[in-house]
Design a protein around this ligand. Structure first.
Ligand code: NAP
Ligand code: MG
Length: 477
């Protein structure tokens, strides 16, 4: 008998969305100098949520100047223990307003409320708490006796974890004494603007954090602005390369957190039910819009049929639909453009000879949706085994020996993350030494902690975020 769940929607009354939002510059919300605007929609319904200002060169310049003035006037001179108080305050307010942030994030992004409520918002607060603790201890972080801030940081973030990426960028920068100009993605600007309001509520001195909304060209203007000392970017490898070219030959510091095509490697001796949960979490968490998603399942041949069978049974129980419903596992795809990309690559998966499977599931009529999808019979040359899909699509490959697993796992231009599932501790260590990726999870997947550095190799970028290592990116050492 199939079980049906009654709808359990979270109320959206907790959040009041304004019809229009300005740019947050020097502590004030203000329209773009030329009055330009664009709309952000709810991807689950295609309903417009709000209109936000589209920052042009004049606005970028104003924001950078405000950040420079705040740096010189107040922030870099303030003792670390005082800066820490602001970070603590922001963390506490994030916790107090957690439901509001979770509902807003799910509305603007399409992710299930369960994830925004239990992952994005608590982790964002944790990042501020963690870095508040560093602000007065920078001399003991191993970067010399008196490490100085770099200066004004331009920070560009993607749409997959809008609030969390803002926290990853702002918290270490502020702890280290830098001031910031943050550009959220065009499809998900609202939680960063609410965070700007939180900065005001925390009495953060004006100009220390500035939020400018806009599209890619706003980001490009921020990158090339001569008043910027450091660029921190999370997004696609393609744009990352462009930014690297734009910054080359200038004294600007750069960190890039780009795409990935992670291998999640399951050995036959692994606890298979646990591994199946990890595979599901690895690729279907956040609709697969995760740079470190375990999008290539490498399963040992002798266990492959069993694992794929159990995996399909598990996927059959996932619930796709209203992101605000507390029972929803899979929400909406963030944009029509991203949905197109997922469809194109899935079609290529079939054309290349992969066998496509999705559970029976009814997609809502409005909005952007894609069912959880598994491809078996995938070989390393297939596009779906090489290119980042950034959607709920898993490619299954097999291997026989640990050496073959390593060869296949490393056969990618990326190097962000990997997973290993086995009951043997020695094998975990053997694998971890050979997997060329910034993060290796063992018998788990997609775990994050502010104390743990995150970042990639090769086409996944360089620089680390989080932990002591992440501070280095914001200190002149
Ligand atoms: P993206 O184009 O790289 O966007 C990331 C951020 O950079 C957004 O704020 C974007 O603005 C901005 N941007 C775009 N062009 C820029 C430029 N020339 N200079 C400076 N900033 C620029 O990524 P996306 O369009 O969101 O997604 C495309 C692909 O990137 C995805 O399919 C996925 O493969 C990958 N991706 C990776 C991550 C990750 O965490 N590693 C995250 C998201 C996407 P607008 O979006 O406002 O135009
Ligand atoms: Mg949106």
């Amino acid at each position: 008998m199939a079980w049906d769940y009654a709808p359990a929607p979270e109320s959206r009354d907790i959040v009041s969305i304004q019809r229009e939002y300005g740019l947050f510059i020097d502590g004030q919300f203000q329209p773009a100098a030329d009055g330009a605007k664009f709309a952000t929609v709810n991807p689950a319904t295609e309903e417009p949520l709000a209109v936000v200002a589209d920052a042009g060169i004049t606005d970028v310049d104003r924001a950078v100047r405000a950040a420079r003035a705040a740096l010189d006037r107040v922030w870099r001179r303030m003792p670390g223990r005082e800066r820490a108080k602001y970070l603590y305050r922001i963390a506490r307010i994030l916790q107090e307003r957690a439901r509001e942030f979770a509902v807003l994030e799910s509305l603007d992004n399409g992710k299930p409320i369960r994830e925004s409520r239990d992952v994005d918002v608590p982790l964002a607060a944790a990042h501020f708490f963690y870095h508040a603790g560093w602000a007065d201890k920078l001399e003991y972080a191993g970067f010399g006796q008196a490490p100085r801030p770099i200066g004004v940081a331009g920070q560009i973030i993607p749409w997959n974890f809008p609030l969390l990426m803002a926290a990853w960028k702002l918290a270490p920068a502020l702890a280290a004494g830098n001031t910031c100009v943050l550009k959220p993605a065009a499809t998900t600007p609202l939680s960063a603007l609410l965070l700007a309001e939180v900065c005001r509520q925390a009495d953060l001195p004006s100009g220390v954090v500035n939020v400018i909304t806009g599209e890619g060209d706003t980001g490009a203007k921020l990158v090339t602005h001569p008043g910027i000392d450091k660029i921190a970017f999370t997004g696609s490898t393609e744009v990352g390369k462009e930014i690297r070219r734009a910054v080359a030959g200038t004294p600007k510091r750069l960190t890039l957190e780009l795409g990935g095509k992670a291998a999640n490697v399951v050995f036959a001796d692994a606890p298979l039910d646990q591994a199946v949960e990890g595979i599901v979490n690895g690729i279907f968490f956040n609709q697969g819009h995760v740079c470190c998603a375990g999008s290539r399942l490498l399963v040992q041949e002798s266990a492959a049929d069993l694992v794929v069978d159990r995996l399909k049974r598990r996927i059959d129980t996932l619930r796709l639909g209203d992101p605000l419903d507390k029972n929803t596992d899979i929400g909406a795809i963030n944009s029509a453009q991203q949905l197109d990309k997922i469809r194109t690559l899935s079609a290529a998966g079939e054309a290349d000879g992969g066998v496509r499977w999705s559970p029976q599931c009814r997609l809502p009529e409005r909005g952007y949706w894609f069912p959880p999808t598994v491809f078996t019979g995938v070989s390393q040359s297939h596009r779906i085994a090489r290119e980042e899909i950034f959607g709920p699509v898993l490619s299954v490959l097999t291997f026989r020996t640990p050496e073959e697993a390593i060869t296949k796992a490393n056969n990618t231009p990326y190097g962000l993350s990997a997973g290993v599932w086995t009951e043997k501790g020695s094998r975990i260590l053997w694998m971890a030494q050979r997997l060329r990726s910034g993060v290796v999870w063992a018998n788990t997947y997609n775990r994050f902690d502010p104390a743990s550095p995150f970042g990639g190799y090769r086409e996944s970028g360089f620089g680390r975020e989080g932990g002591r290592h992440g501070l280095e990116a914001y200190l002149d050492v």
